[in-house]
Every structure is written in structure tokens, then in C-alpha cells.
Design a protein around this ligand. Structure first.
Ligand SMILES: Cc1cc2nc3c(=O)[nH]c(=O)nc-3n(C[C@H](O)[C@H](O)[C@H](O)COP(=O)(O)O)c2cc1C
Length: 130
């Protein structure tokens, strides 16, 4: 089972969730604007997360979603943080669906910075798909 974790985070909240998921998966959490963000081999599960900014996704994440190739991702699993709205989850799912990538319905979400219990939940969530 090959997994990858990609995220975009402006202030570290989504990054914290990404790192908890990545630790459970035994892979690095890679920001979508990092030089090694492109998938270099097909994965069974891509965990992908971002936050909501003025009711939209950050441009880095939007651009990354457009680069994804359905032949490289068997299934995507989405996570997000935001202040209040969970719309980011829908926007990420939509981008994945537009790329033809199957998306797990269940998601992980935390309000702003995940606390210690939520980080444990994020890891347990990830393990369901590994
Ligand atoms: C400029 C800006 C706009 C935001 N707009 C929204 C919003 O429309 N709805 C919402 O629920 N949260 C909003 N938030 C809150 C962020 O989504 C939330 O703090 C998130 O956890 C930030 O994640 P990050 O630390 O990974 O960047 C906004 C935050 C910022 C800085």
C-alpha cells in the first residue's frame, strides 16, 4: 500500500493535521509548493488537505489539484481546517473529481489548529485507509 500526503497551509493549522496523518502513514507531509510535491510514482491513497480563505482555496492548492493525474492516484482522502465553514472540503473534493480521481466520502476536519486529541483522531482516521 503506497500512500502520499500533500497539503497547503498558510499558518500551520492544516500542516499540523497533515503531519499527524503522515506520521500514521509513514511518509512525509509535503507542501504542494515544495519542489518534491509532484507524485513520482502511483499511490493507492493520496491524503490531501487545505484550509479555507475568504470562502475559497489558496491558489497553490487549486493549481496543484489541476496537476493531478488520475492514473497516479487510486483514491484520494481529504482533510481540512478552517475557522467555521467546511466548504474547503467540498472544494478540494470537487477539484479531485474534476481530475477523475475517486474520492473517499469521509473526511477529517478540525476547527483552526487541531489539539492533541484531534491530532490523534487524524492519525486514527488515516489508518482506516492504509
Ligand atoms: C485571510 C483568511 C481568510 C479566511 N477565511 C475563512 C473563511 O472564509 N471561512 C472560514 O471558516 N475560515 C476562514 N479562515 C480561517 C482559516 O481557514 C483557518 O484558520 C485555517 O485553520 C487556516 O489554516 P492554515 O493554518 O493551514 O493556513 C480564514 C483565514 C484567513 C487568514
Amino acid at each position: 500500500m503506497k500512500a502520499a500526503v500533500r497539503y497547503y497551509s498558510r499558518s500551520g493549522n492544516t500542516k499540523a493535521a497533515a503531519e499527524a496523518i503522515a506520521e500514521a502513514a509513514g511518509v512525509p507531509a509535503v507542501s504542494v509548493d515544495a519542489p518534491n510535491a509532484a507524485l513520482n510514482e502511483p499511490v493507492d491513497v493520496l491524503f490531501i488537505g487545505g484550509a479555507l480563505y475568504a470562502y475559497g482555496l489558496d491558489g497553490h492548492l487549486k493549481a496543484y489539484l489541476k496537476t493531478l493525474n488520475k492514473d497516479m492516484v487510486r483514491k484520494a482522502v481529504v482533510f481540512s481546517t478552517s475557522w467555521l465553514s467546511r466548504h474547503s472540503l467540498d472544494l478540494i473534493k470537487k477539484g479531485l473529481s474534476e481530475a477523475g480521481i475517486p474520492v473517499e466520502e469521509e473526511t477529517f476536519y478540525a476547527k483552526n489548529r487541531p489539539n492533541a486529541a484531534q491530532l490523534k483522531d487524524a492519525a486514527a482516521f488515516a489508518r482506516k485507509y492504509l
